[in-house]
Ligand binder design. Structure first.
Ligand SMILES: [Zn+2]
Length: 153
């Protein structure tokens, strides 16, 4: 569930690492501390076991992604429209806007109407995924605005 929250944080433009299974909490907390990150968890034991890191641990107790987003927003000042779609949702890497020459070579990788339009297209330098203002991105942008207005469901 926190992976879902993490993807929404990335969509909003926040630099967000998502832990994979098997990484050790102590290691992750050290990294979070070193990089000035908050550590989101749903594991109450983790908070009990790492009291010295209580200042950076945010324990979320809600039971679905929107409710966790509401809970997180109540606890930390967040702007869900900080820099929407400035980071890759998969890699967290800042997206780069493609130029006209690149656009010409990417015709087969996007819908014809997007390709022909002058709407900006961005790509992830790490995984090469393309992002454009299609219906999915528009829907997510609407949700981000709703989060800022306190509309969670
Ligand atoms: Zn990527």
């Amino acid at each position: 569930m926190l992976q879902g929250v993490g993807r929404w944080l990335r969509a909003a433009g926040y630099d967000t690492l998502i832990a994979s299974n098997g990484e050790h909490d102590a290691e992750l907390l050290r990294l979070a501390r070193k990089e000035g990150r908050l550590f989101l968890t749903r594991d109450r034991n983790l908070l009990d076991e790492h009291r010295k890191d209580a200042d950076i641990i945010v324990l979320l107790q809600a039971n679905d992604v929107p409710a966790c987003i509401e809970e997180l927003t109540a606890r930390r000042e967040l702007d869900w429209c900080k820099a929407p779609f400035s980071r890759c949702l998969l890699c967290n890497v800042p997206l780069v806007r493609i130029g006209p020459e690149q656009r010409a070579s990417l015709k087969d990788r996007m819908p014809a109407d997007i390709w022909a339009s002058h709407k900006p297209v961005r790509y992830c330098p790490a995984c090469r995924k393309l992002y454009w203002e299609g219906s999915h991105v528009r829907r997510m942008r609407r949700r981000l605005k709703e989060f800022n207005r306190g509309v969670w469901k």
